[in-house]
Design a protein around this ligand. Structure first.
Ligand SMILES: C[S@@+](CC[C@H](N)C(=O)[O-])C[C@H]1O[C@@H](n2cnc3c(N)ncnc32)[C@H](O)[C@@H]1O
Length: 303
């Protein structure tokens, strides 16, 4: 793999975005319970086995997308990597409607990515969503996170949901999506000024991919939310993105300023700050996930 990585990196650096690199490997289906690196002799030829997981991982690491392999013969398949266009990403957008209904961001469907959905559902389970009555979502955008709760929670109709976002077109979309649900309100508002909304307190506060935004001051905002909007026996789900969206793909690893590779200091710093703060306030806190790191907190107060 050391050599393959080096050769492919050079090859991919030399081609344009959207071009394809192909190479022949041992058919991964020949061995089902072997680890990558296992030597195998087939028809007197020696091969090193690697499963599809290794090839898909490699494609991502090289900022490519793996296309359907071609079956070359009984023992060999052609692996095909499509080079992603790194410029094709909403992260580059700077205007106010960066997250609006006509933005590149609006083309992302997180709930269709198992690496997001499975961990989010796990977080909903961890906070026993069915016993939560008032739910606040900060940075709700077009309401994707409520859609999953609607499918998952048995008590959905009896719950009250409030979603806040300062992007007017995203909130308009959310309102249309949930127009039949009188128990959900969406408000166009700046999270920096929650006080003027007189929201009261909540059994569950959700915020995914929002609190680390550059227009928000993470630590004071987070403490304000816990102190003033979370019930003492409430719960929290925070999602910290550890990925970039690029040319149709969710690519693992948070992109940090001043680094040409993914760097996670900010993610760890903020997640650990929240964890310690919530533990002091008598919450049990877990950190799970991969492309999105989910912090879930549930109260362990006895009183
Ligand atoms: C990366 S998006 C995440 C949206 C959604 N939670 C998701 O994960 O798909 C961040 C959202 O936070 C909103 N946002 C950022 N700063 C805000 C602020 N100060 N007040 C209200 N909304 C804000 C943006 O408009 C955007 O919808």
């Amino acid at each position: 793999m050391f050599e393959i990585l080096h050769i492919l990196q050079n090859r991919i650096d030399s081609i344009d975005a959207k071009e394809i690199v192909e190479f022949e490997v041992l058919n991964p289906d020949l061995l089902c319970s072997a680890y990558a690196g296992t030597s195998i002799t087939v028809d007197s030829n020696e091969y090193i086995f690697r499963g599809y997981k290794a090839w898909v991982d490699l494609a991502q690491i090289l900022q490519c997308k793996m296309l359907t392999p071609l079956v070359q013969s009984q023992n060999l398949v052609v692996i095909r990597f499509f080079k992603l266009n790194a410029e094709d990403s909403f992260h580059k957008s700077l205007d106010a409607e960066k997250y609006g209904s006509s933005s590149e961001f609006s083309e992302i469907h997180k709930n269709e990515e198992p690496a997001f959905l499975a961990h989010y559902i796990r977080a909903l389970k961890n906070v026993t969503i069915n016993k939560r009555l008032r739910v606040l979502n900060l940075g709700v955008n077009s309401g994707d996170e409520f859609e999953v709760i609607q499918k998952y929670a048995s008590n959905f109709e009896n719950m009250e949901f409030i979603g806040i976002d300062y992007c007017a077109s995203a909130i308009e979309e959310a309102k249309n999506k949930f127009s039949a649900n009188k128990n959900i309100s969406f408000i166009v508002h700046n999270i920096n000024d929650l006080k003027s909304l007189n929201l009261g307190t909540f059994d569950l506060i959700i915020s995914i991919g929002t609190l680390q935004s550059s227009n928000l001051e993470f630590n004071p905002l987070f403490m304000n939310i816990v102190q003033n909007y979370l019930k003492k026996d409430g719960a929290m789900i925070l999602g910290f993105p550890n990925c970039r969206w690029m040319d149709g793909e969710m690519i693992y690893g948070a992109k940090a300023k001043h680094y040409p590779f993914s760097e996670m200091s900010n993610l760890y710093k903020d997640a650990v700050f929240c964890k310690k703060y919530l533990q002091q306030k008598k919450f049990r806190v877990t950190l799970t996930g991969k492309e999105y790191i989910f912090l879930t907190a549930t109260s362990i107060r006895k009183d």
